[in-house]
Design a protein. Structure first.
Length: 158
């Protein structure tokens, strides 16, 4: 019986250093890789993405009037309600129900094509899958309004 216990202790002493070494190496590896792997999200990105998703949820219901009203002033001035209704019927409805939507990227700038310089703009790009079209890219352009909130001012689906 004593010989069995001695063998078990010797085996535990041999395994213990390798366990400790594995643990230490894992910790060092995680510490070295983690700073590059995980970053806290920019609060501006979270806010812009939230507004874009809320607005797209209205578009997903094919509610042209409500989505037009929920868009920013620049969008409403550039796009008459009748044109927006036509756009949703032509470009969004045939794709069918939303299956999945994932943020691909969010970028910020003070200039954007066809927009005045000095604004505060965001472009949120989504990878989206719809019932009839599984692979899509949706770009939602937003700007910070006078109320310091994000507002949708552009939408492209392809």
């Amino acid at each position: 019986m004593r010989a069995v216990l001695d063998r078990a202790r010797r085996r535990a002493l041999v395994l213990f250093p390798s366990f400790v070494l594995s643990f230490v190496l894992s910790f060092v590896l995680c510490a070295a890789v983690a700073p590059n792997a995980v970053h806290a999200q920019d609060p501006r990105a979270a806010a812009a993405q939230r507004v874009a998703r809320e607005w797209l949820a209205i578009v997903d219901k094919y509610d042209a009037e409500a989505s037009w009203k929920a868009a920013g002033e620049r969008f409403r001035k550039a796009t008459p309600p009748a044109l927006w209704l036509e756009t949703i019927k032509r470009d969004r409805e045939p794709r069918g129900a939303l299956v999945q939507r994932t943020v691909e990227s969010t970028g910020f700038g003070n200039t954007a094509a066809d927009l005045p310089e000095g604004g505060s703009y965001a472009l949120v790009r989504f990878r989206s899958a719809f019932a009839n079209y599984p692979t899509n890219v949706e770009d939602v352009t937003l700007e910070v309004g006078a109320d310091y909130a994000w507002h949708v001012i552009g939408y492209v689906i392809r």
